[in-house]
Design a protein. Structure first.
Length: 255
């Protein structure tokens, strides 16, 4: 399993892009920067995208990738998410006001995007991978993912603060090779992190210890707010008993 980091930040500047990751060049996880970070060939090569929740920094480039793929007459792109997230996308995003409804363009028979509902903790095949969504703790309905490939399993936290069920399920995965784990704010902003449903290094360390797995399991960190990038990295570097890597744009990992 090959993982490419397209976007990995909790905000945007010319040097920061919001959440988007690609597995084996065919399955995307979140869509914050799928068009700002991928060329057309890579955009057209995707079969599906998993959407963790409906906040703009995770869905924004669904709009532009749908437009690009429509003009190129690509096969429908599966957009897989929870029922509440799909409902939000239909009502507030692909609603023919904010953006055209590409689930019916160019036609209902052959749409540009095709919604696939993910029921919590039910395994389903998406783009050749076994995918399970797990509800996590955020300010709106939000899910993490367990993505099983033939050679490796990847965990994805989605946007979350302290949670429990995700760790129980990840602990039962025999072939888990890495975890994409959010952390957003420094410890001094704990009140803001708690209110907004995100992690600080302090709460991250506590949550990682809930998982029954080897201590050397790589936790690939994403979603750090650009304003706090250096501070969060410094605090994460001081954590003991965990294997943390702060992801950067363009990073590639072989799991």
């Amino acid at each position: 399993m090959e993982l490419r980091v397209v976007g990995c930040h909790g905000g945007e500047t010319p040097k920061h892009r919001t959440s988007a990751f690609v597995v084996d060049e065919r399955l995307a996880i979140d869509a914050g920067s799928l068009t700002s970070g991928l060329d057309l060939k890579a955009q057209f090569g995707l079969n599906a995208v998993l959407i963790s929740h409906a906040h703009l920094d995770h869905i924004r480039d669904l709009a532009t990738i749908a437009d690009n793929r429509c003009q190129a007459d690509c096969e429908p792109l599966q957009v897989a998410a929870s029922r509440g997230t799909i409902r939000a996308l239909k009502k507030h995003f692909f609603n023919n006001f904010i953006w055209p409804d590409f689930s019916e363009i160019p036609s209902k028979a052959r749409p540009t995007i095709q919604f696939v509902e993910l029921k919590p903790e039910k395994m389903v095949n998406i783009a050749g991978y076994d995918v399970m969504s797990v509800m996590v703790a955020h300010t709106i309905e939000s899910a993490g993912f367990i993505v099983r490939g033939p050679d490796a399993t990847l965990g994805y936290s989605g946007d979350t603060g302290p949670t429990d069920r995700l760790w129980e399920l990840l602990s039962a995965e025999p072939n888990l090779k890495a975890l994409l784990m959010e952390v957003s704010f420094p410890n001094r902003e704990q009140k803001l992190a708690t209110v907004s449903g995100h992690h600080t290094p302090k709460t991250l360390a506590r949550d990682l210890k809930k998982m029954v797995s080897p201590k050397d399991l790589p936790a690939l960190l994403y979603h750090i707010k650009p304003v706090f990038q250096a501070e969060v990295e410094q605090e994460c570097a001081k954590l003991k008993g965990v294997n943390l890597t702060v992801t950067g744009l363009g990073d590639q990992f072989v799991l």
